[in-house]
Design a protein. Structure first.
Length: 117
């Protein structure tokens, strides 16, 4: 092999070979990282509100609530899904309530409802 051929090989072929080795190593590390368990989900934030119950159904409660500063929300009427059966006291349309809720993938879910006097 001539000096020219050896230099050509060193200048062209070796970097190409190195590129494929680096690419393989990077893809190998990525597949390893993907098999690692995901981090624990963040804690669900609970928000507080005050309002008047407008409607109660078997799976939701509509509340006309005052502004909720933590979410930068103005006063409005919203429908909240209910948690598991039996975890909230019975409330009726027209009652004033304090309530807590969280944002879930399917919408906003009540955590508590307390009638106020």
């Amino acid at each position: 092999m001539s000096i020219f051929s050896a230099r050509f090989f060193a200048a062209v072929a070796l970097p190409v070979f190195a590129f494929f080795n680096v690419t393989y190593a990077a893809s190998h590390e990525m597949s390893h990282e993907m098999s690692m368990p995901m981090a624990q989900p963040m804690a669900v934030e609970i928000y507080h509100g005050h309002g008047v119950v407008k409607k109660v159904t078997s799976d939701s409660i509509s509340i006309a609530h005052k502004p909720i500063p933590a979410l930068n929300w103005p006063a409005m009427t919203m429908t909240f899904s209910l948690p598991e059966a039996g975890t909230l006291p019975e409330v009726n349309a027209g009652e004033t309530v304090d309530f807590t809720f969280s944002q879930q993938a399917e919408g906003y879910k009540l955590a508590s409802v307390t009638p106020t006097k």
